[in-house]
Design a protein around this ligand. Sequence first.
Ligand SMILES: [Zn+2]
Length: 165
Amino acid sequence: MPLPQGSTQPIDRVLSHLEGVRGSGEGYMAQCPHHSDRQASLSVKAADDGKVLLHCMAGCDTRSVVESAGLSWVDLFPPGSRERFKPRVWKGTITMNAQGRPALAAFGDDQVAALLGEIARLAKVRNTLDKPVATALKALAAAVGVSPERLTEAVRGALATEESA
Ligand SMILES: [Zn+2]
């Protein structure tokens, strides 16, 4: 089961929020939304892993550029990327739970299912829910704001599904 591709790649989503976009080399130049930009000073590129790299030649802080574009930091990262495990990239974007972490619902069922599938496959390869699997579970639990125990149950469920598939 490959990770699902989001309906929109991060680069497409980012470009749709910018003005004056034109192709440039392997990426794009656009008007920087954070300063009064007549020259398209914002370099926009997709890295090999799909992550969007932004750089304002006039020196704007990237976080400010992202906010001024009406985007969130998490919009720069493709589904399933490591950064999406980090609660801080979600800050200010989505519903947070009482521990200040993203609520599970915010991730979307398919995304959580894909991550659980990845962990279940790791568990299957290792033939056990051992330490590396437990670490992956903890990371996912922290990111989605549920208990590792609940995720362990979900992984056992996912394993059972893979067995019967
Ligand atoms: Zn700028």
